[in-house]
Design a protein around this ligand. Structure first.
Ligand code: NAI
Length: 341
C-alpha cells in the first residue's frame, strides 16, 4: 500500500506540474553509502518520493555515476552527488533525514556481528560528521550489526551533545516486511492487509515477530507459527545464501528503507497518521531490552511521538523475549564500549 501511495503521489506530482515545488516544503534527504548494493536502489526509490526536494548521494567512491543516472528521472528532487570524505560535510549540510546503508554486507557463513570490526568504525565516523553538520536530522541506521551500530550512533551523539532519542532509528523495517510476506503466504490472506508487529533487535533470535497479534487473524498451528518465526529470523541469511557470496539483501532492504523514510517524511511534513513501523530506539534498549525495540511507533514533528507497548504475548513469544535479552544486551554493550574506546 506504501508503494501504491508512492506511485499515486509520484503521478500526482507529474500531472499537476509544480505541485511539489509550489506547496510541499523543502526537505533534504542524504544517503550515506549511496553507491552500494542497497544505496543504489534506495537512491532510486527516494528519487521517486515527491516529499523530497533535495537528495544528496554520498559514498567514498562511485557516487558521480549514480547521481548522474538518477538525476535524469523526471521527479521533483534535485540530485546532489558527493564522493570522498572531504565532501561529506557538504552532503550533510541542511539534511532533514539521513539514511546510512554504508558498510560491508555478509557473505555465507557470517553473522551480522562478524561485520562489527569494519562497520562500527564507518558508522562512528559518519555519525561524528552528522553531529557536526546536521545535528537535528532524523538519522536512520541500516548498517549492520544494527544491534550495535545504533548504540554507537547514540554514544557519538551524546558525546557531541546532539543526542535526541526521538530522532535516531535503527532500521528494522525489513523484518516487518518479511514477516508480513511470509504470514500472508501461510495464512492465505491479502498481503496488503497484513499487520505483524516485530520486536527485539535485528539479528537471528533477537528478531521477534509477534504472530499472535497478526491481522487478519488466521488459525495457524503452533508448528506453523514456529516455522514462520524461524523464517523471519533467518530471512537475511536466506538471501545471503541465495546470493552465494555476492552480498545480502539489497532490493528488499532498499524498499524497507524507503518506506520507513517515507513514513518519517509524511509525519514530519503532513502529520499523516497511521504510519506504524518497527524500528530501534536506543534509550529504552539499554534500560529494558524487553521493550526496547518498539513494535509500533507513531511519528510526529519531533520524531517518535508515541510508543505502543508490546501487547499480549503468547507463551512462545514470552520465551522468545527472554531468550533474546542476553544477546541483545551484549551487542548493545559492545557498541557502547567501542564508541567510548
Ligand atoms: P555494499 O558493499 O554493496 O555497499 C556498501 C557501500 O558503502 C559501498 O558503496 C561502500 O563504498 C560504502 N561505504 C563504505 N565505507 C563508507 C564510508 N565510510 N562512507 C560512506 N560510504 C561508505 O553493501 P550493501 O549490500 O549495500 O549493505 C550495506 C550495509 O547494510 C551492510 O552493513 C549490511 O549488512 C546492511 N544491511 C542491513 C539490513 C537491515 O535490515 N538493517 C539489511 C541488509 C543489509
Amino acid at each position: 500500500s506504501m508503494l501504491r501511495t508512492l506511485a499515486r503521489r509520484t503521478s500526482t506530482a507529474g500531472t499537476r506540474r509544480g505541485f511539489a515545488s509550489e506547496s510541499a516544503p523543502d526537505r533534504k534527504v542524504a544517503i550515506l553509502g549511496a553507491a552500494g548494493g542497497i544505496g543504489q536502489p534506495l537512491s532510486l526509490l527516494m528519487k521517486l518520493n515527491p516529499l523530497v526536494s533535495r537528495l544528496a548521494l554520498y559514498d567514498i567512491a562511485g557516487t558521480p555515476g549514480v547521481a548522474a543516472d538518477v538525476s535524469h528521472i523526471n521527479t521533483r528532487s534535485e540530485i546532489l552527488g558527493y564522493a570522498g570524505e572531504e565532501q561529506l560535510g557538504k552532503a550533510l549540510e541542511g539534511a532533514d533525514v539521513v539514511i546510512i546503508p554504508a558498510g560491508v554486507p555478509r557473505k555465507p557463513g557470517m553473522t551480522r556481528d562478524d561485520l562489527f570490526n569494519i562497520n562500527a568504525g564507518i558508522v562512528k565516523s559518519l555519525c561524528t560528521a552528522i553531529a557536526k553538520y546536521c545535528p537535528h536530522a532524523l538519522v536512520n541506521v541500516i548498517s549492520n550489526p544494527v544491534n550495535s551500530t545504533v548504540p554507537i550512533a547514540s554514544e557519538v551523539f551524546k558525546k557531541a551533545g546532539t543526542y535526541d532519542e526521538k530522532r535516531l532509528f535503527g532500521v528494522t523495517t525489513l523484518d516487518v516486511v518479511r514477516a508480513k510476506t511470509f504470514y500472508a503466504g501461510k495464512a492465505k490472506v491479502n498481503v496488503a492487509d497484513v499487520i505483524v508487529p516485530v520486536v527485539g533487535g535485528h539479528a537471528g533470535v533477537t528478531i521477534l515477530p509477534l504472530f499472535s497479534q497478526a491481522t487478519p487473524s488466521a488459525n495457524l498451528s503452533s508448528e506453523e507459527i514456529e516455522a514462520l518465526t524461524k523464517r523471519t529470523q533467518d530471512g537475511g541469511t536466506e538471501v545471503v545464501e541465495a546470493k552465494a557470496g555476492k552480498g545480502s539483501a539489497t532490493l528488499s532492504m532498499a524498499y524497507a528503507g524507503a518506506i520507513f523514510a517515507d513514513c518519517l517524511l509524511e509525519w514530519d511534513l503532513n502529520g499523516v497518521p497511521g504510519c506504524l513501523y518497527s524500528c530501534h530506539s536506543y534509550s529504552q534498549l539499554v534500560t529494558e531490552p524487553a521493550i526496547s525495540l518498539h513494535p509500533r511507533l507513531r511519528f510526529g514533528k519531533n520524531g517518535v511521538e508515541e510508543v505502543l507497548g508490546l501487547g499480549a504475548l503468547s507463551d512462545y513469544e514470552k520465551e522468545g523475549l527472554e531468550a533474546l535479552k542476553p544477546e541483545l544486551k551484549s551487542s548493545i554493550e559492545k557498541g557502547i564500549k567501542f564508541a567510548n574506546a
